[in-house]
Design a binder for this molecule. Structure first.
Ligand SMILES: [Zn+2]
Length: 413
């Protein structure tokens, strides 16, 4: 059976100031990218406002708002009307116009889905996020090409070509994705985004899955996500938290400068630039560390079990909050899940209500004295029934693995 995996490749791009280069070729300039981002946001907000007003009207006349159908068909009418009223929308990629609308439809779908806790969609202009993006579907117009000087460039549909920089591995994948004769890699779509003033192109590719040769025995592993440590594995291995003190100090320092100066002053703006830079540095460092840890776990495992921790509950805890915000365990878990799916490693999430810390992994009796929240200080304990000495986190990880094995219906290897 032929199987494919989806992957995201993030590549830094360097849009130019000019719309054409010296050789007269169309280039994806900053202004073109910004206008695409703006148009995407415009469509999202206009359609959202329309739907909101329509809902108000329905309520006024006593109709049930929940019955409002928001899908491609109904929103396409809106998009057509917008295109008549605002001719500048033509400047954007047609697929990114469509994508903005689809984002809105998905936001509503999440809102109406009772299994997901999601808020009512918010106007993009009102969001304080500094993330801005738009997406282009690949209709054979997103690929790597050579410019007239013979340099590799990314072609972003009708926006034009743009310089990029990436790793050898990513470059090769992109080349294969651009090759019509290569059926093993395909570029599905690309998201152009701006984060803290830096531009990226995120390629979503579909790649033929080739299993890596197995080196040594693969283990079944349970993982306890902690706060003092990033993760503790059921085999006793520990993955420590990343030390982010230096980056945090910088961020706090620039934040203070910003607080003490007027919003429009030069000092404020300078501090803001530095603040964003340090924040980005911290995020990059963390991402890199998480990816390495995830790769290490996934490479050596055939089954990974984690507990769906109630992280929101933790956040209310004053002492934990700081450490969690810097070391986002949710991000780690998401990366782990994605990687497991990519590498075909079985991934099991057990309920957050399972008392993994309280059970003795040897005799399976519950020790009520140990609880997740109150006695975080207790690092190790002795079972009052079978007198086994437990490390709190390793014991929890073992229980998580046992529960996961029960769910998949196998026993310990
Ligand atoms: Zn026991």
């Amino acid at each position: 059976m032929v199987e494919f995996v989806r992957k995201n490749l993030e590549v830094r791009i360097y849009p130019t100031k000019m719309d054409r280069n010296d050789d007269g070729e169309k280039t994806a300039s900053i202004s073109k990218i910004e206008s695409n981002i703006g148009i995407t946001r415009f469509i999202y907000d206009k359609e959202l406002t329309f739907i909101k007003n329509f809902e108000k009207l329905l309520i006024q006349y006593g109709y049930n708002v929940n019955k409002l159908i928001i899908n491609d068909k109904s929103c396409n009418v809106l998009l057509k009307m917008l295109r008549v009223d605002y001719s500048f929308l033509k400047k954007a990629e047609s697929s990114s116009r469509q994508q903005a609308q689809r984002d809105l439809i998905n936001a509503f779908k999440r809102y109406y889905d009772p299994t997901i806790k999601s808020d009512y969609p918010v106007l993009k202009t009102k969001k304080k996020s500094n993330k801005n993006s738009f997406r282009i579907m690949n209709n054979k117009n997103v690929r790597i090409t050579k410019d007239k000087k013979g340099h590799d460039k990314i072609k972003l549909a009708k926006l034009g070509i743009v310089k990029f920089r990436t790793s050898k591995e990513y470059r090769e994948l992109l080349h294969r994705g651009s090759d019509k004769n290569d059926e093993t890699v395909k570029i599905k779509h690309v998201t152009v985004k701006k984060v803290n003033g830096i531009y990226y192109a995120v390629f979503n590719i579909k790649q033929l899955y080739i299993p890596e040769p197995i080196i040594g025995p693969k283990q079944q592993v349970g993982i306890d996500i902690g706060c003092s440590k990033l993760a503790v594995l059921s085999n006793g291995e520990e993955i420590p938290n990343l030390d982010l003190n230096k980056e945090t100090d910088n961020i706090i320092r620039y934040q203070k400068t910003m607080d003490h100066h007027d919003q429009y002053s030069i000092r404020y703006r300078e501090a803001q630039i530095q603040f964003n830079k340090s924040w980005q540095k911290l995020l990059n460092k963390r991402k890199d560390y998480y990816n390495k840890a995830v790769n290490y776990i996934v490479k050596n495992s055939c089954l990974v079990v984690v507990q769906n921790e109630n992280i929101i509950l933790w956040k209310n805890d004053k002492n934990l909050s700081h450490s969690i915000q810097l070391n986002a365990p949710r991000d780690f878990l998401n990366r782990l899940e994605r990687k497991c799916n990519q590498e075909r490693v079985k991934f099991v999430k057990i309920s957050k209500y399972y008392p993994s810390t309280q059970i003795c992994s040897k005799c399976h009796k519950i020790n009520k004295k140990i609880s997740r929240r109150e006695n975080l200080g207790i690092r190790d304990w002795e079972c009052p029934h079978c007198h086994t000495h437990h490390d709190r986190d390793v014991n929890a990880a073992k229980n998580i693995l046992n529960k996961g094995l029960q769910i998949v219906g196998t026993t310990m290897q």
